[in-house]
Every structure is written in C-alpha cells, then in structure tokens.
Design a protein around this ligand. Structure first.
Ligand code: TYM
Length: 333
C-alpha cells in the first residue's frame, strides 16, 4: 500500500549519526519504495524556538538540505523544502493550538529537558513546539512519520490533536491520524562519551557525536576516544546489561551493517574493544565519509540548494494551502 510520508529535521547546526541512523537512513529507504510519496522538511520555524544567529540559521538551512541530498534523498522523487516558505504551517499551528489542551503540553518531556531548571525563561514557542509539529504532519495528510525514539511522545500528541479537531468540528477522518515509524532497534543513538545520554547537537563536546560532515581523521579520533568499559565484549545479548557504552557502540555497528545486535555479538564474541573499534571506524568511514564529501560539494553550489528548496516549497505549498483552506472553512473563518 502506498504511504504518505512526512518528516522534519531542525537546521540547528551539524546533523549527526543519531539523526542519520534514527531518521534520515529510514527516509531514504521509504523514498525508495516506489509507491510512497515522501515529503522532507527543514523545520526552520522549529529552530527559532531557541535563539539563533540569523546568518548561521541561513547557512544551516542550506546545510540540512545538502545533508538530505548527500544521504540519498532525491529531490526529484521526494519533496524537500523549508517550513517557513509555506505559510500554512504557522496558520495551522495557531488553529491547532486552540484545540490542544495545556495539560497535554505539560506532559511533554522534551520541553522539560530543553527548558531545564528555569522554565519561566523558555520561549512560548519552545513550549508549543509539538503543536507546530502536528500542523506540519496534518497539513499533508501524512499516513506515516519516520522519526527517532525521542519524537514518540510528540507523535502521540499529534494523534490526539487530530482526533480532537475531528471531534470538535464533527468531521470524521478529516485530519488523518498518522502512524509513527520508529525502528524497533537502534532508534536512540547515545553519546560517545556517556552511554545513557542521547547523542545530540547541543552537547558541548564534539567528541560526543559523529557529525555527518566529519572526515576520516575526525571519525578515527572520536571512536578511539569513545568511552568503553574494562570488560571484553559479551558473548550474549544479556551480557550487555548495565553496559550502556558497549550496547550503544554495538548498536551503531549493527545499524550501519544492517544486521541485528545478535549477529554483531556473534561477530565479536568476547573480543576486546580495540579490535571492535577498528572495525567500527572502518564501517563508519565507509558510510559517513562519502556523505561528508558530498555535503561539502553541495554547499559550494548555493544556487542549486536554493532552487531545490524553492521548487520543493512551491510543491509543498500547493498541498498545504488546499488543506489550510479546508481547515479555515471548518473553523468558520
Ligand atoms: P530533530 O531535528 O531533533 O531530529 C531529527 C530526527 O533525528 C532523530 N534523532 C535521533 N534518532 C536517534 N538517536 C538520536 N540520538 C537522535 N537525535 C535525533 C529525531 O528523532 C528526528 O527524527 N521535532 C523534530 C522535527 C520535526 C518533525 C516534524 C519530525 C518538526 N516537525 C514533523 C517529524 C514530523 C525534531 O526536533 O527533530
């Protein structure tokens, strides 16, 4: 059955291995299933929920588009666009925020993490950010949304918002309730420095993540310095209990190799980390270095990237403006 796929990535600095393995790699696979219609959005409206330098933001929007393409998203097969160029996103976000409950948003754990201790000082945008995310998805009647594990709660909220809108306006199935597509394994890649912290753009240490722009030397150095523990690798899955770093590194290896964790455990059956790390670096270099090189080439061609985003935005706008018109009609505008 053909799927309507929608997903978004924030243009807030270097994209990393977590974004790739948790989301973008899956975008490419879904795009390559012939009958799917795919839309991938550079969510710049989401990015400004925390303060951004305007010049950096402009650069990061292009870099995110370049990363999509370098990872294998084909702008002919899929729509690639940036959110701020399609005004329906902001309009739908406002309307949906008027059907969403404060209590629902109060439960969002990512806001609590991002706002930290002083949540009074966080922006209203950061708080209502999941409603904008719901607007993104619902404007395109997306049936499936591929994301990493950290977005699961936001997708549950999106489903609640769609159902509430349909109930409030007495329109069964008008907003399509989307299915999350979260990989069963390896949907949460952890920091290379701390196996219980998510790999993240906002971690101050660059050694905590592999950026998709890293070159061979950087990858080798980061894997060499990646945290491990003193034991050899386990012989069975249950030997990974309480060994978050070993589990994460084996997970990264397995995901890059497209094999399950069990196969990787059998491959390194009780070997020491130094042997495993050299194999891990090898596969990372094989998969990431070509992406990194391609990003650099694409970034030298700003006109090309701007044309992709403009053409993508025109296509997205055609779909979204039709839906927002129907939404406004239902609301009584
Ligand atoms: P963002 O920009 O934080 O992340 C982009 C995608 O990468 C995944 N991801 C990870 N997956 C595994 N391990 C990690 N360490 C890791 N870090 C990030 C995220 O789950 C995500 O899939 N709110 C979204 C962007 C968004 C969106 C949308 C997504 C806006 N509108 C509509 C889907 C549909 C976000 O901030 O992702």
């Amino acid at each position: 059955m053909s799927k309507k796929i929608f997903s978004g990535v924030q243009p807030t600095g270097n994209l990393h291995l977590g974004n790739y393995l948790g989301a973008i790699k899956n975008f490419v696979e879904l795009q390559n299933e012939k009958e799917n219609q795919c839309i991938f959005c550079v969510v710049d409206l989401h990015a400004i929920t925390v303060k951004q330098d305007p010049k950096e933001l402009k650069k990061n929007i292009r870099e995110t588009a370049a990363t999509f393409i370098a990872c294998g998203i084909d702008p002919v097969k899929s729509i690639i666009f940036n959110q701020s160029m399609v005004s329906a996103h902001s309009e739908a976000a406002w309307i949906l925020s008027c059907v969403s409950k404060i209590g629902w948003l109060n439960r969002m754990t990512q806001f609590k993490e991002k706002a930290g201790k002083d949540k009074e000082k966080a922006s209203i945008g950061l708080y209502s950010y999941p409603v904008l995310m719901a607007a993104d998805i619902l404007l395109y009647d997306a049936t499936h949304v591929p994301v990493g594990d950290d977005q699961k709660q936001h997708l549950e909220l999106c489903r609640d918002i769609a159902q509430k809108f349909n109930n409030d306006f007495n329109v069964m199935n008008f907003l399509k309730v989307p299915e999350p597509l979260i990989q069963k394994q390896f949907s949460r890649i952890m920091s290379l420095k701390d196996g219980i912290k998510k790999m993240s753009k906002s971690d101050p240490s660059d050694l905590s993540r592999i950026n998709l722009t890293d070159n061979k030397e950087e990858i080798l150095n980061k894997i060499k310095k990646a945290k491990t523990d003193p034991l050899p690798l386990p012989r069975e899955i249950k030997g990974l209990a309480q060994r978050a770093e070993a589990e994460n590194l084996l997970g990264i290896y397995s995901s890059l190799k497209n094999q399950n964790l069990e196969s990787s455990i059998n491959e390194f059956n009780g070997k020491n980390f130094s042997e495993f790390k050299s194999k891990l670096s090898e596969i990372l270099i094989e998969k990431i270095e070509p992406i990194s090189k391609e990003i650099k080439i694409l970034l030298d061609n700003k006109e090309y990237l701007d044309t992709i985003l403009l053409e993508g935005s025109n296509k997205a706008d055609k779909i979204a403006s039709k839906k927002i018109k129907e939404i406004k009609e239902l609301v009584g505008f």
